[in-house]
Design a protein around this ligand. Structure first.
Ligand code: AN0
Ligand code: CP
Length: 337
């Protein structure tokens, strides 16, 4: 594998999930695969889970890692072409990328959406520049529009928590309020991965004959995600109706994707409606659903303390599975070197 951005990059999800099971049973099974190979992790934005889990994954595979926090000690980078660099940016990404590539074998990139120019963000400009100019395999550690390591861990977590059931699960992605404008990367990828798991009829159910996932997205009007990621999903604007019979509630805030109501709203906060906050009453509408969130999460805004602390909350095993998804992805990349 030379690039990891979308669910299609993994191919057969059944195979990917069985590799995840294999790695979880013995996470050091391939501990010589990465000998004398170096992973460079480039962060343009903050991170706790991605930083720790991806570095741990590289260590599981015997790799060396270098972590570069672009905003903490590196030169300020210009990313646009054709600008006169007379401001505070000392170096252009187009020189920085091949230089970074010369000191490593694999590059992970965290580069959030700027949330001002929809076309620039949705073209995945920064990620594709790394693909084009680094000369190395690259993978997304949350880019402008996707967070595939998170979505892979989420799918794996759902498969683990559902394996004893004999019917397909109902999985609900719900928007919830947040004080700051956030990217659409997490909900985009979650939708893309859930729909692909359904398309591939992934046997999450124990009976093995009732496969796939019933996937529903719920949000206030104006928050429609790009059909690139959600085509085929059921959209339900009534949050209560969406929650009814749900087996998994996946909460997340995102800013306006600029799909309906015009591009000028892209990246804006359209609602802070606290009736969307997932509380015990919301969870009582479900089929005793498990609560999921990628973290970091703001308590009192996205979810109440009692819901995130309940035994049905699986946010910690979900986060822990980030090590597993990252190990599988890095293993595939190393096997392709
Ligand atoms: C980021 C986001 O919403 O994309 C990262 C989540 C993994 N969250 C925040 O910036 C709070
Ligand atoms: N879920 C996730 O990617 O968390 P971080 O932003 O802390 O890496």
């Amino acid at each position: 594998m030379k690039s990891f951005l979308n669910v299609k990059d993994l191919g057969d999800l059944k195979e990917a999930l069985s590799e995840a099971v294999e790695i979880k049973a013995d996470r050091y099974k391939y501990d010589t695969l990465g000998k004398n190979k170096t992973l460079l992790m480039v962060f343009f934005n903050n991170s706790l889970r991605t930083r720790l889990s991806t570095q741990k994954a590289a260590m599981n595979l015997g790799m060396n890692t270098i972590v570069l926090d672009v905003n903490a000690g590196a030169w300020k980078l210009e990313t646009e072409r054709g600008v006169i660099m007379d401001g505070d940016k000392s170096e252009h990404l187009l020189e920085a990328i091949p230089v970074m590539g010369s000191f490593c074998d694999v590059i992970g990139i965290r580069s959030f959406a700027g949330l001002t120019d929809r076309d620039y963000d949705y073209a995945e400009t920064v990620y594709h520049q790394f693909e084009q100019y680094s000369g190395k395999p690259v993978f997304a550690m949350e880019t402008a529009t996707v967070h595939p390591l998170q979505a892979f861990a989420d799918l794996f977590t759902i498969s683990e928590f559902w394996k004893k059931e004999t019917r397909r699960p109902k999985v609900v992605l719900t928007w919830a309020p947040h004080p700051k404008a956030l990217p659409q990367a997490v909900p985009n990828s979650f939708a893309q991965w859930m729909l692909e798991a359904d398309r591939q009829q992934i046997p999450l159910a124990g009976a093995g004959n009732d496969c796939g996932i019933d996937f529903v997205v719920t949000h206030p009007e104006g928050y429609e995600l790009d059909a690139l990621f959600t085509a085929g999903a059921t959209i339900e604007y009534d949050q209560r109706k969406a929650f009814e019979g749900a087996d998994f509630i996946y909460a997340k805030n995102w800013s306006c994707p600029g799909v309906t109501g015009g591009k000028e709203n892209y990246g804006k906060i359209l609602s802070k409606d606290m009736s969307w906050t997932v509380d015990a009453e919301h969870m009582s509408w479900t089929n005793n659903a498990r609560f999921m969130h990628c973290l970091p999460v703001r308590r009192g805004m996205i979810v109440t303390d009692d819901v995130i602390e309940a035994p049905t909350s699986i946010v910690i095993p979900e986060a822990a599975n980030r090590e597993i998804s990252a190990t599988v992805v890095l293993k595939r990349i190393l096997q392709g070197l």
